[in-house]
Design a protein around this ligand. Structure first.
Ligand code: SF4
Ligand code: SF4
Length: 207
């Protein structure tokens, strides 16, 4: 798995949920399918009059979520920016060519007056597969983004009692002098932290 494969999987999903930050600071979410994919970037169409567009222009942070029929969750967290002015018309035409239904929504030249095209080049992709046993997760950098991820880790305070392993639904903790979590199979359920008698399990950004 890698960032490109994740983008491909999002393309197969088709309709994606886009979450943004509203001007009131509250989360907002829309379904978007007017998307053109390239190997390393995602380009999408919206209308300038929509709140969604204003949120992208003023803040730009976006979290894009797709879920495949194989129980794979793919989340792209990034900043969306308008494509260069010289490319706007080209990508509007490209997206309308690939998604013919859009011509019913914005017939003729109304698309060019109303439309604006954004791109996502850099970000973090989280891949989370609940359809395999054990479950599997991984993070990837898209472009200049990073693959930093949150999760649970066991610190040097561990006394090796084994309570965390006994209560881990995925059995993804390895025994040892200091127990260790295999992050690729961790659900982030928090059971290990809840049962640890010495509070040796911490949640946060993993190095
Ligand atoms: S968070 Fe849950 S799945 Fe992950 S190691 Fe702890 S108990 Fe196991
Ligand atoms: S429950 Fe806490 S102390 Fe016991 S093995 Fe797990 S991390 Fe170590």
């Amino acid at each position: 798995m890698d960032a490109r494969t994740c983008l491909k999987k999002l393309e197969y999903v088709g309709v994606l949920a886009f979450a943004t930050v509203g001007s009131d600071g509250a989360p907002k979410i829309r379904n978007i399918s007017a998307i053109h994919y390239e190997a390393d970037r995602m380009i999408f169409f919206t209308a300038k009059g929509k709140l969604f567009c204003r949120e992208l222009l003023s803040d730009g942070r976006v979290s894009v979520l797709g879920y495949t029929k194989y129980k794979e969750m793919i989340r792209l967290s990034a900043k969306a920016v308008p494509v260069a002015d010289a490319e706007q018309e080209y990508f509007i035409d490209k997206i309308f060519e690939e998604q013919p239904y859009l011509s019913n929504v914005y017939p003729n030249d109304t698309r060019k007056l109303a439309g604006i095209v954004f791109e996502i080049r850099d970000g973090t992709i989280e891949y989370f597969n609940l359809g395999v046993n054990p479950i599997y997760r991984e993070s990837f950098a898209l472009g200049e983004g990073n693959d930093a991820r949150r999760g649970y880790r066991i610190t040097e305070d561990c006394i090796g009692c084994g309570e965390c392993l006994a209560n881990c639904p995925q059995r993804c903790i390895e025994a040892g002098e200091r127990y260790r979590i295999n992050e690729n199979h961790c659900l982030h359920c928090g059971n290990c932290a809840a049962v640890c008698p010495v509070h040796a399990v911490r949640e946060g950004v993993l190095s």
